[in-house]
Design a protein around this ligand. Structure first.
Ligand code: TNX
Length: 557
């Protein structure tokens, strides 16, 4: 009904034709190869044809573009199974949009061929088709993306051939929903943006000193108590506190909803349960998890707490296994992130149970590490073994490498790239996420607003993100262990989505080229032109951003 009204309205206003210039393609991340043809394809209807063998979720994604074109052009859409054609059918004999399966292409590879009459897309699977759709959408008028073209509109897209596939298999972005909480709808909108730039992993940082954000059926207090704090630090001064109760969490149904939503976008969700440090949310809920027995409070300030899980007690492991079992039931991902960062060993040094555990294990300080670090290795290994029993692998922040890390773990390098280099040299798989280039909670430029981390030495301008070379200083053998690159959004100083996107954009565009595009295909000057052309997309879709060419900063206060 709504559609008919839009259509009637648009027809009454008369039809219009938008013109796209042939040479202006602003595709981010830069595709592997683009060959421009002559002329253009006039999009004036939605005649869509797809391979009968495509997955249902792929057909849905294709159908949604068909829908958008239908609304825009006002032409009756036909979306149907293609008969009598296949990936080998020459472009010249087609008319309309075709989505055909080509099993010879790599899992995320796709190809788009466009002439004056047809657009033919080939890929071997869901993600390939999705990426082709993202590329196609970036070739369409911006208004289309927001459903703001209605009835009787037509436009041209340039004839060309695009052959494309990613540089890295792991292309991630992390969101910390613990320091500040983001609702299911906000997380979905964040995922939409990630998918638009062909990012395929969402690392969901779900637990922290400042809040536990996921319902665990066996331990209801985690969300009754652990999901709420009594106040929040209000300035860069850690002793400030607004005194206002703050919190929130996701029910298991909501988690499943987000996982399914991400799956449709070709994104695997990797949950993080950060342990054995950053656990005050859990310890406030169940004080026996700590060395002193508490009481503990969900933290109201930022920083690193020296109160960590007591790993001398068996009960702590039972708790962790129970939690991770529920996590495995909710997240089908191959990897579970178990954190491991910033775990001071001071409480273990004073704890009789932890000391007894170290003695029983015969842990000795040596050049490889302290007794405390080795106790953390023991924790990592037990968790790793438990998860291996469920067919899962672990990812840990680079601290897990201190001491002796067991084979099979994947290291996420955050304290610069050195942890990643060391890990790759030792034969561990690595995800590069160095704070020097991938920490989007750092300010993009010098500013005095209260958004992002304030340390001058930690500014991260767009160009620096773009310049990142994950292979720097690595020999060929070590390079093979780099699974990919991830950007991180820690949210101590990001209080809402307005601030979130102000820090995310356009740096997410830059990191997407680091993740996706061949090093040789990257060019910062051209990238900036493209990123400028994407600003209207952010505007129309309602994503805040750090403006590129304007000398004045946007005030996000
Ligand atoms: C370090 S990166 C942390 C986070 C903070 C972040 C702030 C990492 C594994 N730990 O807990 O939020 O710095 O930039």
């Amino acid at each position: 009904m709504k559609r008919i009204l839009i259509l009637a309205l648009a027809l009454a206003m008369g039809s219009s034709c938008l013109q796209a210039k042939d040479t202006e393609l602003h595709i981010i991340p830069q595709p592997q190869s683009i060959t421009m043809g002559k002329g253009s394809f006039k999009v004036k209807g939605a005649n869509f044809n797809y391979d009968g063998t495509l997955e249902e979720r792929t057909v849905k994604a294709i159908a949604s573009l068909a829908d958008e074109l239908y609304v825009a052009t006002g032409k009756v859409s036909s979306i149907a199974c293609a008969t009598g054609v296949n990936a080998r059918t020459p472009l010249g004999s087609l008319k309309g949009f075709y989505f055909l399966k080509d099993t010879t292409l790599a899992p995320e590879e796709y190809c788009i061929e466009i002439n004056g009459k047809a657009a033919k897309v080939t890929a071997s699977g869901h993600n390939g088709f999705l990426y082709a759709l993202m590329t196609l959408k970036q070739m369409m008028p911006v208004e289309l993306l927001a459903g703001k073209l209605a009835g009787g509109v037509s436009w041209n897209i340039p004839c060309c051939t695009i052959k494309d596939s990613p540089r890295f298999a792991y292309r991630g972005v992390m969101l910390d929903v613990a320091r500040h909480f983001y609702t299911v709808d906000e997380v979905k909108k964040f995922l939409d943006l990630a998918a638009f730039y062909k990012i395929n992993r969402f690392h969901w940082h779900l637990t922290e000193d400042q809040g536990w954000r996921i319902e665990i059926k066996k331990y209801p207090l985690l969300t009754e108590i652990g999901a709420f704090r009594s106040g929040t630090q209000t300035t860069y001064d850690r002793n400030t506190n607004d005194g206002k109760r703050y919190g929130g969490y996701y029910t298991q149904d909501q988690i499943r909803e987000v996982v399914a939503y991400a799956d449709a976008l070709g994104i695997t969700v990797i949950p993080e349960i950060d342990l054995p440090g950053h656990m005050l949310g859990a310890m406030a809920s169940y004080p026996w998890l700590g060395c002193t027995g508490g009481p503990y409070q969900v933290w109201t300030r930022w920083g690193v707490s020296d109160q960590v899980l007591c790993v001398g007690k068996e009960k702590t492991f039972e708790f962790l296994f129970d939690v991770l079992d529920e996590i495995c039931g909710l997240f089908p991902s191959e990897y579970i992130h178990i954190g491991g960062d910033e775990c001071p060993k001071t409480s273990w040094d004073k704890c009789p149970a932890c000391q007894a555990r170290m003695d029983e294990l015969g842990l000795k300080a040596d050049e490889r590490g302290t007794r405390g670090q080795k106790l953390q290795n023991y924790v990592t290994k037990r968790i790793q073994d438990h998860l291996a029993g469920k067919g899962r692998k672990i990812i840990g922040w680079d601290e897990v490498l201190e001491g002796d890390l067991a084979e099979g773990a994947t290291v996420m390098s955050w304290r610069g790239a050195k942890g990643g280099k060391k890990a790759a040299g030792l034969g561990f798989d690595v995800i590069m996420s160095p704070n020097s280039h991938c920490y989007f909670d750092y300010k993009q430029a010098d500013s005095d607003d209260y958004v992002g981390v304030n340390w001058k030495r930690h500014q991260l301008p767009l160009e620096k993100v773009y310049s990142y070379d994950p292979y720097e200083d690595l020999d060929e053998t070590a390079q093979k262990h780099i699974l990919g690159v991830q950007a991180n959004l820690w949210t101590e100083y990001i209080r809402n989505t307005n601030e979130l996107y102000y820090l995310t954009l356009p740096r997410l565009c830059a990191i997407s080229e680091v993740q996706w595009s061949a090093a040789s295909a990257r060019d910062f000057g051209r990238f900036c032109e493209k990123a400028k052309a994407h600003q209207p997309i952010f505007n129309i879709l309602g994503y805040n951003y750090f403006p590129l060419a304007e000398p004045e900063r946007k005030n996000t206060k």
